[in-house]
Design a protein around this ligand. Sequence first.
Ligand code: NAD
Length: 298
Amino acid sequence: MKIAFIGLGNMGSGMALNLHKAGHEVTGFDLSEAAKKHHAEQGIRIAASAHEAAQGAEVIVTMLPASQHVEGLFIGTAEHPGVLEQLPAGTLIIDSSTIAADTARKVGAAAAAKGVDFIDAPVSGGTAGAAAGTLTFMVGGSDAALARAKPLLEKMGKNIFHAGDVGAGQTAKICNNMLLGIQMIGTSEALALGIANGLDPKVLSEIMRRSSGGNWTLEVYNPVPGVQEASAATRGYTGGFGTDLMLKDLGLALENAVTAKASTPLGALARSIYAAHSLSGRGGEDFSSVIKLLQKNN
Ligand code: NAD
């Protein structure tokens, strides 16, 4: 299939490479020169613009930071119209970015008006899951659009859930990430307490991992450097899931909670904690670096 892949960052990189390895004709685009160079070296054709990448593509996959990027790319402005304008009816858009459900519905409606299929398909599984092709997809959209997307999603992930209509994938995703954000702070708090008492973080992590405190962050995303060889913490908090992206997701969860009149006290507190962490200059570091906020001399 002819696929345009827009957004070759931490997550998009592994996903695009998996589609490329599966034999699809992938044309990539990113604003970052480094990302373009890296993927050209991996054999992915790089277009000069998103519009050029989308030219002749049967499917467009996007993995962009936030709502404004996805809306800007597809809808754009009167002065700079988005790529939707140039797409023929029958094109399929798979947006895997984590964005507001309202934005997904807005782009989905604009796509539908042109006879273009749209699914929101945000993911979970981190950069390791993106590279290994083991992501979990949370899909919003019609049965028919999902059926078209499925063979491609299967090349990038191992679990595909249909959450409901367009936007439902995004709602599921922010519920999950609100839980993850809270879980990372809770895990960091417990580890910092143990370390302050002289415990070895590796031993404490293993005890909690196999006890009632066990959770995903202890399994694969330990916030203490050196506990897990492949963690973002061990890589100097680089290359994982940025603090500012977590802050964005908790903001989306909070906005959603306000609209739904839902009570999310820990989600609100977690957002404030990541905001303080970002303000301290660590917005670009992996979100697990939030442990530094809870430790002495950091
Ligand atoms: P990233 O910042 O590493 O990558 C985003 C890429 O998009 C960058 O390379 C940037 O240059 C590019 N970009 C921005 N605007 C663009 C535009 N208009 N045209 C082309 N390229 C553009 O972010 P990431 O970690 O890959 O995350 C991408 C999305 O996936 C976010 O919505 C994030 O919340 C979500 N997500 C991330 C993770 C993770 O572990 N990193 C996990 C699940 C979901």
